[in-house]
Design a protein around this ligand. Structure first.
Ligand code: TPP
Ligand code: MG
Length: 326
């Protein structure tokens, strides 16, 4: 871990605040709609890790790529997927990113570099690695980021991906969101190494480990890894530490998360942390309040539009599902 003195200027910090707050308000709506059984399927919310998705995406170029997980709403928002299209997808409507056939766990939008969200744990890693190889071969200077959780580091494909990424010196960032839990299993129970970042040693790969509850520290760690990848320095394993305020899925009773533990982490909520540090980072309360109102409006509009949008016609069931070769 190296020092990074790059603190974004106030306008960039305000953009980060807007992104984090949009993630929070969007997923609060998803949570409520899920509880009211107004949306189909499972929903996985991103409460607690908003600083990670926001900080990482702030370190990327618009033409960089990401591959996400089923906990994808925050990543998609930060990468620039339209809120209307996300809400439409979650509602199963034709206006959705997959025309309503994917649902909450399958938000993708290639136009903004969002390569997909995967229900299979760690499945985004080879996808991001493939994108990184494309960038390397075509010399485009693009970087790909694979997002995955702490539980994903025990999947074979994580190890295969890390090994090949290093061997090929691929411009990829292996971005682990350590939110302390994999389903109901706590990190202390399942990790053999001291930290997830330690696992990089096995692949002779540099690592970064930073506080994911502070968007600026997440940004700085991601930036070091992204710049290394872009400058030909190959892959980095980045471990950003957060806490899953959400259940594994919406409706999870979370009985395995001790209330005192939850309360301790709540004090470091990424949005609360940002607001607390805003003054010393040169931001004004009135700007934060204005952004809060704008975010509320944008989320309202997105879900209102989704509610009004049509469902796909049954005759379109197989459209876009299979490739039809001539
Ligand atoms: C290959 C595979 N095995 C098991 C599951 C079931 N499963 C869904 S989420 C999850 C936990 C993953 O935890 P983590 O990687 O820490 O991500 P988080 O949910 O905390 O974001 C498991 C085991 C799955 N989706 N895919
Ligand atoms: Mg986890």
């Amino acid at each position: 871990v190296s020092a990074d003195t790059h603190t974004p200027p106030p306008e960039r910090l305000l953009d980060m605040y807007r992104t984090m707050l949009t993630m929070r308000r969007f997923d609060e709506r998803v949570r409520d709609l899920n509880a009211a059984k107004a949306i189909p399927g499972y929903a996985h919310t991103y409460f607690g890790s908003e600083g990670i998705g926001t900080g990482v995406m702030a370190a990327l170029r618009p033409d960089d790529w990401i591959a996400s997980t089923y906990r994808c709403h925050g990543h998609a928002i930060a990468k620039g997927v339209a809120l209307e299209a996300m809400a439409g997808e979650i509602y199963g409507r034709t206006t959705g990113t997959a025309k309503g056939k994917g649902g909450s766990m399958h938000v993708s939008d290639f136009d903004v570099g969002m390569l997909g969200s995967f229900g299979i744990v760690a499945a985004g890693i080879p996808v991001a690695l493939g994108a990184a190889l494309t960038a390397q071969r075509k010399r485009t200077g693009q970087v790909a980021v694979a997002f995955f959780g702490d539980g994903a580091v025990h999947q074979g494909v994580f190890h295969e991906g890390a090994g090949l990424a290093k061997l090929w010196n691929a411009p990829v960032v292996l971005l682990c969101e350590n939110n302390q839990y994999a389903e109901a299993t706590a990190i202390e129970y399942h990790l053999n190494t001291e930290t997830i970042a330690d696992m990089a040693c096995a692949y002779a790969m540099p690592a970064e480990r930073a506080d994911g509850m502070d968007v600026v520290s997440a940004y700085q760690a991601a930036r070091r890894a992204v710049e290394r990848a872009r400058n030909g320095g190959g892959p980095t394993l980045v471990e950003l530490i957060s806490y899953r305020f959400s259940g594994q899925y919406e409706g999870d009773e979370q009985a395995y998360q001790p209330p005192e533990e939850m309360a301790r982490w709540r004090e470091r909520d990424p949005i609360v942390t940002f607001e607390r540090l805003a003054g010393e980072r040169g931001l004004r309360d009135e700007d934060l309040e204005r952004i809060g109102r704008e975010v509320d409006d944008a989320v309202d509009r997105a879900f209102e539009a989704a509610e009004r949008a049509p469902f796909p016609d049954p005759s379109e069931l197989f459209d876009d599902v299979y490739v039809s070769y001539p």
